[in-house]
Design a binder for this molecule. Structure first.
Ligand code: ADP
Ligand code: MG
Length: 419
């Protein structure tokens, strides 16, 4: 069997690989030392997919894989940026007179954060010089974009003395700026799961996020112990490297379907329906009654996914806590099947990877992230990740798919200052 490459995480801390490499890139680009180095993690969502924009629940962990950012503030409104992905090219732009969508390419993500903070009333935020070094796979559904916007938000908070980064409640303001940047400057719709995970997850825990509007910091998140080692388990992340499909508009189309269905059902969002179904004496019957009110068969499928998926988040937490790993795995499987059949966001690579993992003894496997390519996760017995990844790789070769990459996922710490 062919061995699969495991993407290693850069080490953390003031003398770690992440801080040294980001500092060196900064020095090379700008000829001086940065003011500091900050970092933010990518994430994997355990369960609760396409629920954030439906005011629902989800359950991500922070990956050990992070984006490191060396940054210095400037006393004008210029922004200069360099990334390890394109070391020789410094992007330059100005915050002065900037409007939504006014920056092209990857620079939109960090520039948009400063722009969003200023628009939110924090006029003390000025320009900056920055160098990014990342080990988060890009475009693989593991949120390299949030790792970039959240590390930027934390760094700007720190150097411009906004004072939000030090508390969970304060971080909500930084999460907002990161979201606004992705939605309005980069033009990539996001419902908030990625940025909340990168800013709020704790090492050793998954975080149950509740996206009902108007909740306080305390109400919107619960830390859920997720200790794989003590249960002799591993969480394998496999990046299928499936070429990105033409998914422009697909995400927005799903959102729109959900909004239209909520309108027809006379509720503010689909969470209301999910709560009604869960509280019913006969939830299956209650769901059927709801779906019967929708004429459009596509909307019926979308709503069935969202409602059942929100229900699975709580069920997964209860199963894992009780040590019922078999059930937890079944819920992974049910989630994937629902995303494949009802939400229709999988691609052949995701479905195949999941099938092979299940056939090779995973407790459960599912796609993670928005879909249309990207990664799967599989819950497996400790020590089995490598052979599971190799089995998927072999099947991928047979089908002529690109070779997958793997990551070992241990629940890690949120965005923080490194040096
Ligand atoms: P994901 O967040 O799942 O990795 P996205 O499509 O949301 O995928 O974000 C990927 C985009 O984010 C890249 O195309 C690039 O524009 C930007 N990006 C993320 N990390 C970096 C980085 N370290 N350097 C440069 N650009 C990056
Ligand atoms: Mg993203």
């Amino acid at each position: 069997m062919s061995a699969v490459e495991f993407v290693e995480a850069l080490s953390e801390g003031p003398d770690g690989e992440g801080a040294s490499q980001a500092g060196a890139l900064f020095q090379q680009a700008y000829g001086q030392e940065p003011k500091g180095v900050w970092s933010a993690p990518g994430r994997v969502n355990l369960i609760g997919e396409h629920t954030d924009y439906n005011a629902g629940l989800c359950l991500p962990i922070a990956l050990p894989h992070r984006t490191f950012l060396a940054l210095s503030p400037r006393d004008d409104d210029q922004v200069r940026l360099v990334s390890s992905f394109a070391q020789d090219r410094v992007e330059q732009t100005s915050l002065e007179g900037l409007e939504a969508g006014g920056v092209e390419g990857w620079a939109a993500y960090p520039v948009g954060v400063a722009w969003a903070l200023r628009r939110a009333g924090f006029g003390q935020v000025r320009g900056f010089d920055a160098a990014f070094v990342s080990c988060v796979p890009v475009g693989s559904g593991l949120s390299s974009s949030a790792a970039m916007t959240c590390s930027t938000a934390l760094a700007l908070d720190d150097v411009y003395g906004l004072g939000f980064g030090g508390s969970d409640a304060g971080r909500l303001t930084l999460i907002d700026a990161a979201m606004v940047s992705e939605n309005e400057m980069a033009g990539a719709s996001t419902g908030g799961l990625d940025q909340s995970a990168s800013m709020r997850c704790q090492a050793g825990y998954a975080i149950e996020l509740d996206f009902q509007p108007g909740l306080s910091a305390l109400e919107s998140a619960k830390q859920v112990p997720f200790d794989l080692r003590s249960r002799d388990l591993e969480l394998l992340v496999l990046d299928t490297q499936a070429p990105h499909q033409l998914n422009d508009g697909q995400y927005d189309a799903r959102r729109r379907s959900c909004e239209l269905a909520a309108q027809t059902l006379g509720v503010e969002n689909l969470r209301v329906v999910a709560d009604q179904v869960e509280a019913a004496d006969d939830p299956e019957r209650a769901l059927k009654d709801v779906l019967d009110k929708l004429d459009d068969p596509t909307q019926r499928k979308r709503v069935r996914h969202v409602v059942t998926e929100i229900g699975r988040v709580g069920e997964f937490i209860r199963a894992f806590r009780a040590g019922d790993i078999r059930r937890a795995g079944e819920l992974f499987n049910a989630s994937h099947d629902s995303l494949r059949d009802d939400y229709e966001v999988t691609v052949p690579e995701l479905d195949l990877a999941v099938d092979v993992a299940r056939a090779n003894g995973a407790y459960g496997a599912r796609m993670t992230g928005g879909g249309f390519g990207g990664s799967i996760i599989a819950l497996v017995d400790a020590g089995r990740s490598r052979e599971m990844a190799a089995a998927v790789a072999e099947e991928f070769s047979r089908r002529g798919f690109r070779q997958p990459r793997a990551l070992a996922a241990l629940p890690s710490q949120p965005a923080e200052r490194e040096a």
